[in-house]
Design a protein around this ligand. Sequence first.
Ligand code: ZN
Length: 424
Amino acid sequence: MAVKVGGKDIMAVSIYPPEGNPLWEQWSTKAVAQTLKSYSRMTFDYPYHKAISVHAKNQGMEYPMICWNYGRPDAEGNYSDRVKFGMISVIIHEVGHNYFPMIVNSDERQWTWMDEGLNTFVQYVAEQDMGENYPASIEGLDAYPSRRGPAAAIVPYMAGDQRYIAPIMSKGLNTYQFGSNAYGKPGTALNILRETVMGRELFDYSFRTYSQRWMFKHPTPEDFFRTMEDASAMDLDWFWRGWFYTTQFNDMGIKSVDKFYVSADMNQEMKDYLEERNIPKDRVPQLVYMVKEGSEDYKEEMKGKAPSEVVSDLKDYMMDNFTADQRAAMKEPKYFYQITVEKPGGLVMPIIIEYTYADGTSETVTHPAEIWRLNDKEVSLSKATQKEIVGIVIDPKLETADIDTSNNSWPQEPKVDKFEEMKQ
Ligand SMILES: [Zn+2]
């Protein structure tokens, strides 16, 4: 199959014996073509005239412009989805090695992640492209079933026994759990960096800059880290430090949610303050007080009132300066929340928080990782809304590899004891 890349026709070629069919005639060349398109978009135009996938019974292995790949139906020509997607994925992976490490030529013995990890990341992008181009090929699934790349898939490794986890920045020959260390974790880290930290536009520009700056040269890890930073103008030191130089995991949780309402009544704190200093109460102008639900100043009727409904000076001002229509269009908050997020995990990640309101609508807000800059253990978020919040979830789409989601919801979801459940 001819594939247009950068104005040139590249030949995507498959070589297979009858034992490979019907799988190979249907999918191998399409997978090679998809690899050339996706990888060239993410890095640079494939510089050679041909890319060849050769059928093998077992394993996959890369060489310049040619590779062998597993994926064989049984003697009757039947195959499972596992064999089919395993074959497509290994073809993408081995053809992808033309880019890393054969053109961007890193040292695999020293830094295995620089080719296997970067390659696993672009492989994930190409697999998802493949799923979009051939949706009928994945009946019953809404996306290509990538084994590595999605954040949630790396959780079992990151949450595992620390004695058998090494930082990504370990010499490839000396690491534990080679597949997760050098392929899965760096591939996933880059996917999270792209989707959740930098955004696709900025990440893709920086990743292309790295690939083009270092093609036919010999980069080391620092060259990758620095190029991603200088091309994006983002400080990513915290990300490289946590994900590449340590074995820390991400775990965040909702520690507490306090509700506040507005009141024109002087609160106890102010009364104490004035009394200590012998200041008469009438010397204080009218103020708006935030009253915490359940505190000594709290009264049930304070709930859900806008400031202009409570503070007469503010009400008078609005009546004098705005028409009825204008007043009706104003969006005064009525519910005020202080959400305390704690971070038992050592990794620093953005806080993605979803608020669900009483009317059934919801809203997701992302606070960048810099929110942890001054306190690495706990931060408080303030939220003022017109509608009552009935539910809060951290990382609702599982984008940050949070290893324990049992503390991510408010109100806390009841823990179900499976044995108790079975007895009933
Ligand atoms: Zn590989």
